[in-house]
Structure formats: structure tokens, C-alpha cells
Design a protein. Structure first.
Lengths: 323, 517
């Protein structure tokens, strides 16, 4: 009897502590680590989110740029940091799904050291080709690549970027061979494509859209399962015959793994509320993001695990590695 | 022509438009856009003066604020910050040998020497006037020739960029006023330092010694502040209480008649070179100020004064960097391609506002496009009006005793370097470069060629390897007849090399540049 009572009290105390944590959180300013330099799309969306969260939480939410080592330094800071919800990080496909294979000595485990809260932005990639390339659709492109093996060039924003890996996926699924030309960011790659020096690219929708709209390059397909509402007439690669092709660029918010469940729930609820606010929704959409289907922390965690598996295989195949 | 004036009329109407604004419950009618322009240029001047805190970080921080503004007001302000910073950056370069932006490294060379000779006032005024003139002309270039120039920019591929950089590096040797062999050594050291970090092609880490803070390479600001700022402080402290400064013999604040006569041609040449190189998205604007300086040194009748406080050495690069800053809007406005980090941010700002940057902006939103161009003119005018009276104040800074001045400069440098990536490591690195700089000074090696090598090295390597990848390993791609631009640059580089190396000329060169010992 006594033991039972003790146990009950213990459980009650634990629950109360949990409750108190959720009530008390955040008791001090919250840091939102952006593991990249200021000004990129992840940084911009973090600043949009920080302004919204600040109003909802009643504590300052401060974006803190910690660039370095492809984003790993900033993410590691949170993975190893205090698990009290006072430090959040903008985690992304690079730091959670690609870098674990790209950087052999990664200091954190993306599944064990982090708790993934909410997926914030998910942008499709688009297969675009130079205007003077004869291929008018995906089928013709595959035929052209088969006919001229090793003659076509595909550009990307960097080695190990989603654009690069989407290209590798395309090569793998079609059994073709094309040469990867890495750039520093997708803008110079896009410029070389407009000039006809590079033949194709799997670019992020947000950066490619203006050039597509002004007919500087030609879009052939999106890399997502569903069509994009920005280009509703454009088929998906899945429709064009590459069954199951589904790649997006995404980022969201994560915290240290041992953060109390109540804090994670509250944070997730507030971020989702912020994302559903009409002005925020509009701005995220302007960045090329359509409301992601992944919403709860559990869904996000499952999504990260699935992406990690896909990209581990892809990076290994592409042969890219940072020693 | 008529179209241009019509368009500019649209632009100026937009800039000076009166808007009903409600601030804190009080509604009033204000020329809001012009106010935003003023705020932008003031902010820009401030961050330009503060070493290390650059326009990228400032614009990123202000971005959420701008979302509540009309797109035109937001863009006018952000653009103002950008070219305002170009003005402000030269101030610290001239006064304390501290280049805040990469483009003001060259201004240090002769600007600081002018200040040491008690001519800080004319140097600052020359920088402001040169920048203003260049800004006005370059804005006109943007307004009239943006679309055709964008086509020219597209002609520059990896091979062309590589050859341009080769020409730039050869010219870097001319930057030094001392020994030829030492200048080459410094360029090579700069190239090596530029290789630190992640390799673009394979993603392999190079020369990082397992330090994760070095995975993204060494920051330009870290190197420049160490090699110029810290090194200068050490070198000055060495001379015990013998303050060479400047205050006792501060002459007139404004350039004299002789100065005007000497500066107008360099300003014209600098503007032309800056406008041309500014349209190239891959580091063209960076080359502009270095190129302008080198050009002046070659053509000027006063070339023996370069490195010792020649007014041409301030006027030309300042004009070039401001012209380049304006024309670097061309790829952004006409192709939607950002030519540097600030332009990428502007694209971010436009997209969040729901505007897709690109050629359609000009036709679909003429108010926005022409309003922005008109605002650059007004902004440049504001900057010169703002900066000329400030010169008197800046000069007073020089009378501050070393024991207050130097700790403050060190503090600001540390804050600036830290604020770039929030890593204490960078401050230590800056201190190391300070020591390296001091050693170089003692050895009679100048830092400017090192800095240029450091900037150009990574760009050059990247473009070389990209060009080779695209040509599948065929080195003839750089001099094939199908690439006349690339071939032209390489031939020019060769010609320059011959001029430098010719024994007869070298003898003359040694007469002119007797190494100071």
C-alpha cells in the first residue's frame, strides 16, 4: 500500500514537474540558432518565425547565426546544449539527412541527439533545361542522355546539395550518365544555363521560378509526387515515368533530444499556429513552400528518419565525401 | 531616349510621392519613399564606418521590418544601405588604415598615406566626390543600358572569368611599390590562404587542420583587419610616443585646385572601369577597385607618388567601387541573378513581397523598377551632402590620443569580426594575421597583393576547374577562337607580364621603386 502511494506521489510529482515546465516555459529569452550566415532562405524564414513566436510566447525569440561546416556547427550546438527548450535550431535536409553521410565525423546523431518539432518549409525542386537543348519533355531528355552519354552537364548549387543528389537519383533511375558541375550557390549555375553552357539543373523552385516565368530556361518537370500549384501544368517526374521520384528541399525546427514532451508540444502548437496565420502563410508561399503535410513532432521525426535513409543511399552512390 | 526620360519621370514621381502615413495614431502626409532612402543611406554610412559589420548582416536583420512596408519603400531603403556602406567603408580605410569592405582595401594604400601627411580631409572629400560622380553616371548606365549589358554579362562563363582573374593577379604585382619578387611571394601566399576550407568540387576539407571553424575558409574581414588594422597599431606603438599623426599639420579640409586637376581624369577612368566590371556577377565588382588603381598607376604622370599618398590612388578606386556597386544591380534587375550576397538578399526581400525578380519587373511594375533607379540618384546626392560636412568631425577623431584610440579600434574590430559568424576563433585568427602582417612589414612585404591573391585565388580555382569540367579536361578552352574574350584577357596578361619582366624596363622600374629599407 505504502509503496503504491509512494509510486502515485512520484508519478504525480513527475506530471506536475512536466506541467510546470510547460507552464513556465519559456521563462527566459529563447535562442533560435540559424546554422547558416544571415540572408539565405532558412535565415529569412527563421526571422519571420521568430517575430511570430515572440508574440505568442511572451519572451524574446532571438535568431542567432552560427554558420560553419555546412550547418553542422550550429546544429551540434543544440544537440549538445541544454534540453530545456531555451535553444531551438533551424534544422534542414542538409544537416539531418545529407551531412551524416557526407561528413564522416559528424559530431551528432540526427535521430538520437535531436527532437524534431515542426517542419516549416518544404520546397519542390524543378528539372529545368537550357532553352537551346532540343529535349522538350522528360522522355526526350532521357533519350538525349542515352544517345549522348557523358555529354550532358547538370549544374547544382554545391556538391551534396539536393540539386546534385536529385541529378544522381535521375541518373540512377534512368541508367544514364551526365556530368555534375558544382557551383557556389545556384545563381551562377542558373546564369551559365541561360547562356547555354550548362544543359540542365534540378533547381529549387523558388530560385528557378523567375527564370522559368520569363522564358530564360525551360521547365520539364517537378521532382515532387504531387504537382506544384505554382506551375500546375508542369508534370511531375513520377508522371513522366520515373515512378516514385519524390525529392524536396525542406527545413524546420528541432531541439535537444531530452527536451520535456510538454515543451515540445507547446512549441509545436505555437509554430503551427504561426504558420497558419494568413500573413505568414502568404510569405512562406512566396518562398515556394506549400503547406507541408508533415505537421506533428512524431510525423516530422518519422519524415526525418525516412529522408535520412533515402539520402544515405544517394550520397554513397554519388561518391561525394568530406574528410 | 524619350522613353528613358519618361521612365525616369515615373521613377522620380514615385520617389517623391507624398503618402498618408499613420504613425502611433497620428496620420500625416509624408514623402515616405524619400525618407526610407535617407534612413537607408544613413544606416549604410554607419555600418560602413564600423569595421566588420557589413551590409549583409544589417539587411538580414532589417528584413522582417521591411515586410510591413510597401515593396518599393523596402527596396529603396535596402539599396540605400548597400551603396551607403560603400561610402562609409572608405572613411576608416583612410583614417586608420582599416578596410571595412573588401572594396576599400585599395583605398587604404594611398588614402591612409594621405592622412599621414595631414591630408585626411582632401582624401575623404575626394572619396566622397569620386563616389558621387561615379554613382550618378553608373545609375544612368543602369537606366539606359541594363538589358543589353545583361547580355554581355551572360557571355562570361567559367573560362572568361578564369582569364580575367589571371589578368587581375598579374596586375596585382603592379600594386606593390616595393620589390617585385616580394610582391609575387605575397600574391602566392594569398592564393594559398584562399585555398583553406571546403573544396567546391569534391567537398574535401583542405588546410583546415581539423578545426571546424575553418571548414568554410578564412573570412576576408578577418584577414584584412589583421593585416591592415592590427598590424598598423603594432607598428605605430613601436615608435614610442613619437606620434607622427597628422593633427599638427592638418591642412585644408577640401581638395585644392591642384587636387581637382589631378583627380578628375582618374575619376572618369575609375567610373568607366567600375561600371564595366560591376555588371559581371562572379566577383567583377571586387576587381573594379583593384583594376582602377593599377590602371592609374600605369597611366598617371605621378606614378612615383603611388603608395605614398597620391590623390589619384584614392579617386580612381573609390569611383570604381561605387560605380560597380550601382551596375551590379543590372544582373539582378534584368536576369534575376544576384551578383553578390547583398543582391541575393534583395532577391529574398522581393520574393517575400511576392515579386519575382527578373526582366518582367521592368514591364509589369515600372514604378518599382524606375523608382528604385531614381532613388539611387537621390541617395547618392544625400550621401555626398551627408558626408562632406562630416569630414571635419572625422578628422577630429585623429586627435584622440593613442591610448584611447587604439583600444577602441581593437574593440570595434573584435566586435566586427565576431559578429560575422559568432565565433571567438575568428578573433584569435585576426590577431594571428596581425602578427603575420607585422612580420611582413618588417620584411618589407606589402599586404595588398596578398589580399588580392586571397580574394581571387578561390574564384580563380573554382572557375578553372569548372571550365575544365565543362571542356572535359581540354585546356585549349581558354584560348580557343570560340572564346575571344578569354583569349583577349590572357593575351593582355601575357603582355603585362612581358612589360614587368623586360630587363630594360625592370631597370627603370627599380629606379622608380627603390625599396625602402
Amino acid at each position: 500500500m505504502r509503496t503504491l502511494l509512494r509510486l502515485l506521489i512520484l508519478v504525480w510529482l513527475a506530471a506536475a514537474a512536466e506541467f510546470a515546465a510547460a507552464q513556465a516555459w519559456p521563462s527566459k529569452p529563447v535562442r533560435l540558432i540559424v546554422p547558416y550566415g544571415p540572408g539565405g532562405p532558412v535565415d529569412i524564414s527563421a526571422r519571420l518565425l521568430a517575430a511570430k513566436l515572440q508574440d505568442a510566447l511572451g519572451q524574446p525569440v532571438l535568431p542567432d547565426n552560427r554558420p560553419g561546416a555546412g550547418g553542422n556547427i550550429g546544429v551540434d550546438l543544440v544537440a549538445k546544449g541544454a534540453a530545456d527548450g531555451s535553444t531551438l535550431v533551424m534544422s534542414a535536409i542538409a544537416t539531418l539527412a545529407i551531412n551524416p553521410t557526407l561528413y564522416p565525423g559528424l559530431p551528432y546523431d540526427p535521430l538520437k541527439d535531436l527532437r524534431h518539432v515542426t517542419l516549416l518549409v518544404q520546397v519542390p525542386n524543378v528539372l529545368i533545361v537550357a532553352n537551346d537543348l532540343p529535349a522538350k519533355n522528360v522522355k526526350e531528355l532521357i533519350a538525349l542522355a542515352r544517345q549522348r552519354p557523358g555529354k550532358l552537364d547538370f549544374g547544382s548549387g554545391s556538391t551534396g546539395s539536393t540539386g546534385h543528389l536529385a541529378g544522381e537519383m535521375f541518373k540512377m533511375m534512368t541508367g544514364t550518365y551526365m556530368v555534375h558541375i558544382p557551383y557556389r550557390g545556384s545563381a551562377p549555375a542558373l546564369a551559365d544555363m541561360m547562356a547555354g553552357r550548362v544543359h540542365l539543373m534540378f533547381d529549387n523552385l523558388a530560385s528557378a521560378l523567375p527564370s522559368i516565368k520569363s522564358d530564360k530556361v525551360r521547365a520539364l518537370a517537378t521532382t515532387t509526387r504531387a504537382r506544384s500549384s505554382f506551375l500546375p501544368d508542369l508534370p511531375t517526374l513520377d508522371e513522366a515515368g520515373l515512378k516514385g521520384f519524390d525529392m524536396t528541399t525542406w527545413w524546420g525546427v528541432s531541439v535537444a533530444a531530452k527536451t520535456p514532451q510538454a515543451v515540445v508540444d507547446r512549441l509545436s502548437a505555437e509554430i503551427l499556429k504561426a504558420m497558419d496565420a494568413p500573413d505568414m502563410k502568404e510569405r512562406l508561399r512566396n518562398m515556394g513552400s506549400e503547406a507541408p503535410a508533415v505537421r506533428t513532432p512524431d510525423q516530422f521525426a518519422a519524415f526525418v528518419a525516412a529522408e535520412l535513409k533515402t539520402y544515405t543511399a544517394l550520397v554513397k552512390r554519388s561518391g561525394a565525401k568530406v574528410d | 531616349m524619350e522613353g528613358i526620360f519618361g521612365n525616369l519621370a515615373i521613377g522620380f514621381t514615385e520617389v517623391f510621392k507624398l503618402q498618408a502615413i499613420t504613425i502611433a495614431g497620428v496620420s500625416m502626409t509624408l514623402p515616405f519613399n524619400i525618407l526610407m532612402c535617407l534612413i537607408g543611406v544613413i544606416l549604410g554610412t554607419l555600418i560602413g564606418v564600423l569595421p566588420g559589420i557589413g551590409p549583409v548582416a544589417t539587411i538580414a536583420m532589417l528584413l522582417p521590418v521591411t515586410f510591413n512596408l510597401a515593396p518599393i519603400a523596402a527596396l529603396i531603403m535596402l539599396a540605400g544601405i548597400y551603396y551607403g556602406a560603400q561610402y562609409g567603408g572608405s572613411t576608416t580605410a583612410i583614417l586608420v588604415n582599416l578596410p571595412g569592405e573588401s572594396s576599400s582595401v585599395v583605398t587604404c594604400l594611398d588614402g591612409y598615406q594621405m592622412a599621414r601627411r595631414g591630408r585626411a580631409g582632401p582624401a575623404l572629400a575626394t572619396a566622397a566626390i569620386g563616389s558621387f560622380f561615379a554613382g550618378c553616371v553608373a545609375t544612368l548606365v543602369v537606366a539606359m543600358f541594363a538589358p543589353p549589358l545583361a547580355e554581355v554579362a551572360l557571355k562570361f562563363g567559367p573560362a572568361e572569368y578564369f582569364s580575367l582573374m589571371v589578368l587581375g593577379l598579374v596586375a596585382a604585382v603592379v600594386l606593390a611599390s616595393g620589390s617585385l619578387i616580394k610582391a609575387i611571394a605575397m600574391v602566392i601566399l594569398g592564393l594559398l590562404l584562399g585555398l583553406v576550407g571546403t573544396d567546391v568540387n569534391s567537398g574535401v576539407l583542405r588546410f583546415a587542420f581539423g578545426i571546424s571553424e575553418m571548414a568554410d575558409g578564412i573570412g576576408f574581414v578577418t584577414v584584412a583587419m589583421g593585416m591592415f588594422g592590427i598590424c598598423e597599431i603594432i607598428a605605430n606603438l613601436e615608435q614610442k610616443e613619437h606620434r607622427e599623426v597628422f593633427t599638427s599639420k592638418v591642412g585644408s579640409l577640401m581638395p585644392g585646385k591642384e587636387d581637382w586637376k589631378r583627380m578628375w581624369k582618374p575619376i572618369l577612368r575609375g567610373t568607366a572601369l567600375g561600371s564595366a566590371l560591376g555588371i559581371l556577377p562572379g566577383g567583377g565588382a571586387l576587381l573594379a577597385s583593384f583594376g582602377a588603381y593599377t590602371l592609374e598607376k600605369k597611366v598617371s604622370a605621378y606614378s612615383h607618388e603611388f603608395g605614398k599618398g597620391a590623390i589619384e590612388g584614392v579617386a580612381a578606386p573609390e569611383a570604381a567601387n561605387n560605380a560597380g556597386a550601382q551596375t551590379s544591380f543590372i544582373p539582378l534587375l534584368t536576369l534575376g541573378i544576384p551578383s553578390n550576397a547583398v543582391m541575393a538578399l534583395m532577391i529574398g526581400a522581393m520574393m517575400i513581397q511576392g515579386i519575382a525578380p527578373g526582366p518582367q519587373v521592368m514591364t509589369e511594375r515600372p514604378q518599382l523598377f524606375w523608382g528604385m533607379i531614381a532613388s539611387m540618384w537621390v541617395g547618392n546626392l544625400m550621401l555626398v551632402i551627408l558626408n562632406l560636412p562630416l569630414i571635419g568631425m572625422w578628422i577630429k577623431l585623429l586627435t584622440v590620443p593613442y591610448r584611447y584610440l587604439y583600444p577602441s579600434i581593437l574593440l570595434f574590430m573584435a566586435i566586427g569580426v565576431f559578429s560575422i559568424s559568432n565565433q571567438p576563433f575568428d578573433c584569435f585568427l585576426m590577431a594571428c594575421f596581425g602578427l603575420l602582417g607585422y612580420v611582413c612589414v618588417k620584411l618589407g612585404c606589402e599586404p595588398a597583393p596578398l589580399i588580392l591573391g586571397f580574394i581571387l585565388g578561390p574564384l580563380m580555382e573554382e572557375n578553372l576547374r569548372r571550365a575544365m569540367l565543362l571542356s572535359r579536361g581540354d585546356p585549349w578552352v581558354f584560348i580557343s577562337p570560340s572564346k575571344p574574350i578569354s583569349m583577349g584577357f590572357l593575351l593582355a596578361a601575357l603582355a603585362l607580364l612581358v612589360i614587368i619582366a623586360l630587363p630594360a624596363l625592370r631597370k627603370k622600374r627599380q629606379e622608380v621603386f627603390v625599396e625602402e629599407t
